[in-house]
Design a protein around this ligand. Sequence first.
Ligand SMILES: [Zn+2]
Ligand SMILES: [Zn+2]
Length: 188
Amino acid sequence: MRSFTSFDLQYAHRFYGFRGEAQYLHGHTGHLTIEVEDSINEGVNMVFPCNEIKKTAWDVLKNFDHALVLRKDDPLLPAILGVYDKQGIREGHPQNKMKGEAFKTELATAYPDCRLVVTKETMTVEGMIKIVYELLKEKLNIVKITFTSGDNAASACFNTCNEIDRCPWCGIALNDNGVCPKCGYKKK
Ligand SMILES: [Zn+2]
Ligand SMILES: [Zn+2]
């Protein structure tokens, strides 16, 4: 069976080199849905608690929220960093608090201190699905990701089979020592 979670991401981007309105900087509220599949955990009668899927995903994906997403070859990138430098906000600001953990993958690098994500490919809805899967495929048994942004929407299916031990009392993933980080249950 499947458990799934959804949340919104508010971001700015543009399609550099695209022949259309999207070549201009603009913003969206994107809606992301992540579906995970596993056996039913008999202790809690769930696949996985949805708030835990959301927490695991959000820890990384909040890097895209209230962020600017630009392709690495976009000339706007050095221009904007120049302005942030002049303003003294490139390396962060005391009121920039809702930050994710910095990450770097083949497809994207996050700079949470200035709320910027630099991508290898144009961040279309399809591009975002590839980025999200790469970021979370080790942590969740993702079988489907759907991303919509304005009129654009895409989905992709995956076959992810991590062996995730789950707590029989609260359903969340056990840590590397087989201990539940929430209730202290220890796998025998
Ligand atoms: Zn757009
Ligand atoms: Zn537990």
